[in-house]
Ligand binder design. Structure first.
Ligand SMILES: *Cc1c(COP(=O)(O)O)cnc(C)c1O
Length: 388
């Protein structure tokens, strides 16, 4: 059957694009065990080191005692538990929106929001470097899909001004997942208000990490428009929050519309309530442990400083996502492998995740990295420069 599959797989291999999974035997942390070997890892989105936190493990056990394991049904049948409900109310309050709604994953949240809010007569305006889930959502919605160059607000404004679509939905990563840079949120909100558009802001990498008490990108000092009714805010709970899931926070009418018509909300089983129970603990740690964000900022500063006088070029980013631009896929893979031989994991990110010729190493930093961990990475990189 389908003999072309083997040809395609071979072609992928030859272009340095074949992907492999490695089997991780330990919990997620700055050091992980793979094949019985210890590796220093710069490859997870567990930015605050919560994925294996003892308080979360305790809350998961407590949640299991209280709620059992499976939710048993979708939210609209009878799977919506007290734990889900309290978490939604807490998330709404934490992010400053009237209501919030839990989704199973960020991928499903983006699919649900975009398809519920936009259809054939509508137009979607999207940054070209948005996450794949936002692009898939736009295609599925059948709205007119207009992509503007990365961060090009003038191009966006032109397209908004030219559009006579029924509804306009601007969608953007808040922190771009493969670049680490931050969208001009304040200006995006202003444009959306001017052209009566909604802004779907995907803060998968900002929630927990950025803004006062980790409340996300809308709480950065220069965003300050958090109360605009034009914002639909999405964030994930499997990255900095260390657990699993995602939520959307917005005006009550938007959230109610999602409950009525977001298909990836309606036609799926609710997540285990014990996850929501543990996420309440996670939110407390996010809010109270300011030292986690401070340590993370120090790690970011150290990485930049240690690579300053080397030939390695970090992309401009002030977030824990610190990409080293390499260019060719084969070369990115070669360097990633060489680091791995030295016991360090940094993933090579290749097309189609990033544009052609823009393959990179995506270094992601965590609170749990120690200064000597970062030194070990930069020293290994500097040795590699000499090798090549
Ligand atoms: C990870 C990510 C998602 C998907 O979230 P999941 O909960 O992992 O499905 C969506 N958007 C962005 C920008 C992401 O980085």
């Amino acid at each position: 059957m389908f003999p072309d599959l083997a040809d395609q797989l071979r072609a992928r291999e030859q272009q340095g694009l074949r992907r492999f999974r490695q089997i991780v035997e330990s919990p997620q942390a700055s050091h992980v065990t793979i094949d019985g070997h210890d590796y220093l890892a710069f490859s997870s989105n567990d930015y605050l080191g919560l994925a294996n936190h003892p308080d979360l493990i305790h809350s998961i056990c407590e949640g299991a005692q209280h709620y059992g394991v499976g939710a048993g049904a979708s939210h609209l049948i009878n799977g919506h538990s007290t734990a889900h409900h309290i978490l939604e109310e807490t998330l709404a309050q934490f992010t400053g929106f009237p209501r919030a709604l839990l989704f199973s994953t960020g991928y499903m949240a983006n699919i649900g929001v975009v398809t519920a809010l936009a259809g054939r007569e509508d137009a979607i305006f999207a940054d070209k470097l948005n996450h794949a889930s936002l692009n898939d959502a736009a295609l599925l919605s059948r709205a007119k899909f207009i992509r503007y160059s990365h961060l090009d607000l003038a191009a966006l404004e032109q397209r908004l001004a030219d559009s006579n679509a029924r509804r306009k939905l601007v969608i953007s990563d808040a922190v771009f997942s493969m670049e680490g840079d931050i969208a001009p949120i304040k200006q995006l909100i202003a444009l959306c208000e001017k052209y009566h558009a909604l802004l779907l802001l995907d803060d998968a990498h900002g929630f927990g990490v950025l803004g006062q008490q980790g409340r996300g990108s809308l709480f950065l000092p220069d965003s300050e428009s958090v109360h605009s009714p034009n914002i639909v805010y999405m964030a994930t709970l499997g990255k900095a929050a260390g657990v699993f899931g995602a939520f959307v926070a917005a005006q009550a009418d938007v959230v109610e519309t999602l409950i009525q018509s977001a298909r990836s909300y309606i036609y799926t089983t609710a997540t285990p309530p014990l996850l929501s129970h543990a996420l309440l603990t996670s939110l407390k740690l996010i809010e109270l442990d300011e030292w986690r964000r401070e340590a993370l900022l120090q790690n970011i500063a150290q990485l930049k400083n240690d690579l300053l006088s080397s030939c390695w070029k970090l992309l401009p980013s002030s977030t824990p996502i610190q990409p080293l631009l390499i260019g060719e896929s084969h070369e990115a893979v070669r360097i990633s492998r060489a680091l791995r031989e030295r016991g360090i994991l940094v993933p090579a990110i290749r097309p189609p995740t990033v544009p052609r010729g823009k393959a990179r190493l995506r270094i992601s930093l965590s609170t749990t990295h120690q200064p000597h961990d970062i030194l070990r990475l930069t020293q290994a990189l500097n040795e590699l420069t000499l090798d090549s």
